[in-house]
Ligand binder design. Structure first.
Ligand code: KG4
Ligand code: ZN
Length: 346
């Protein structure tokens, strides 16, 4: 069988990622995955500063590329196609990656594929658990997204069934983390704290699950009401001069997010007759979500595919995986005047 080496470049946020994937007719194999992060440079600002991220990508791009090639034991001349994140993400950071990818595609005279970052968070699982069956449901949860996707084809068959109407799941965790005085980004800290608390201690609201919301927004999510409910609960305690049981607050909050995400996603699987669920994005590292998804998918007879945590965060592998799918399908390459799109639709 013919094999093609696909280089994947990711730079939509604060991770510079370059990876090499070997694409054959029946598999996508990860040969290397190099990542450089500027997250520490943003920590003191409590959020990502696009200008700083862009400069960090500019400095890290070539060293990260070198590392990816070395780790894979290949040279640039071996590369058959270049895939790059075209959006969504921060314009400056995206432009650094797209410029590098275009320069490589021109110099090597190889096809360029502009890739949607959100789809990358789903298709990366093909590197771990094998190529997808014909139809899968995908839940993409990160600091910027909470979307439910029906995936018939990784390249041109992705339908967005729903998304968050306000905060993303990771964003809600980060905000609750700040509220509880935890370091940035708060998500992993809230997760850890939640494991020490009682998830049934406080009954926080379940966003968009009431029958009237379910009728209009069956596949959409909302987490800002939950976040506000947590803030009010904590304030009330403080105003009363009582100690805040932070572990119970974290656990009860995390339970609401995991409950809503899994209940709605499994209902969508049933409605569409889909028996495979892929969960991707940085928030799929969340242990409350992983646990409840495993339990409920087993009960519902749904095969659950969640890649290991290191594949869930931003990296070049997810972009190379989509590039590999494009090469396998023989889809036309992107034009070399490809633009980046900060709010790229699916
Ligand atoms: O996909 P990602 O690395 O970057 C974006 O594209 O947003 O996602 C990072 C998000 C952050 O909000 C982070 O706090 C959250 O995912 N996160 C977690 C956990 N690990 C990362 N939230 C809760 N529990 C975790 N274990
Ligand atoms: Zn991401």
């Amino acid at each position: 069988p013919s094999a093609a080496l696909v280089l994947g470049i990711e730079s939509s946020c604060d991770e510079t990622g370059v990876a090499v994937v070997r694409a054959t007719d029946d598999a996508s194999e990860l040969l290397s995955d190099a990542v450089a992060s500027s997250v520490d440079e943003h920590a003191r600002f409590g959020g990502i500063i696009p200008e700083i991220a862009s400069r960090a990508h500019l400095e890290a791009m070539v060293p990260t590329l070198r590392r990816a090639l070395d780790d894979a034991g290949v040279t640039l001349a071996d590369v058959d196609a270049v895939a790059v994140t075209a959006g969504p993400g921060l314009v400056g950071p995206l432009t650094v990656g797209a410029s590098a990818a275009k320069a490589l595609a021109v110099a090597l005279d190889r096809p360029l594929y502009g890739v949607n970052h959100v789809i990358g968070h789903v298709v990366v699982d093909e590197l771990v658990h094998g190529l997808f069956p014909d139809r899968v449901m995908a839940l993409v949860v990160s600091g910027g997204h909470s979307s439910l996707l029906l995936v018939d084809d990784a390249v041109d068959g992705v339908t967005e069934l729903g998304h968050t109407l306000d905060d993303a799941a990771g964003e809600a965790f980060d905000k609750v983390g700040r509220l509880l005085g935890l370091p940035y980004p708060g998500g992993p800290h809230v997760d850890r704290l939640a494991r020490e608390g009682d998830p049934t201690a406080i009954r926080f609201p379940r966003g968009l699950t009431a029958p009237k919301d379910q009728a209009r927004h069956a596949d959409d999510f909302s987490f800002s009401g939950l976040k506000t409910a947590v803030a009010r609960w904590v304030e009330a305690r403080e105003d009363a001069g009582e100690p805040v049981p932070v572990a119970d607050v974290a656990a009860s909050f995390a339970a609401s997010v995991a409950d809503v995400l899994t209940a709605k996603t499994i209902a969508a699987c049933r409605r569409h007759g889909v028996d495979t669920l892929v969960v991707g994005g940085g928030f799929s590292a969340n242990s409350q979500l992983r646990e409840l998804a495993a339990q409920r998918c087993a009960e519902a007879g749904i095969t659950l595919r969640i890649p290991p945590v290191r594949y869930c965060t931003d990296n070049g592998a997810m972009i190379a995986a989509v590039g590999a799918a494009a090469v396998r399908r023989g889809v036309p390459a992107s034009p070399l005047d490809l633009a980046v799109d900060s709010s790229m639709p699916l």
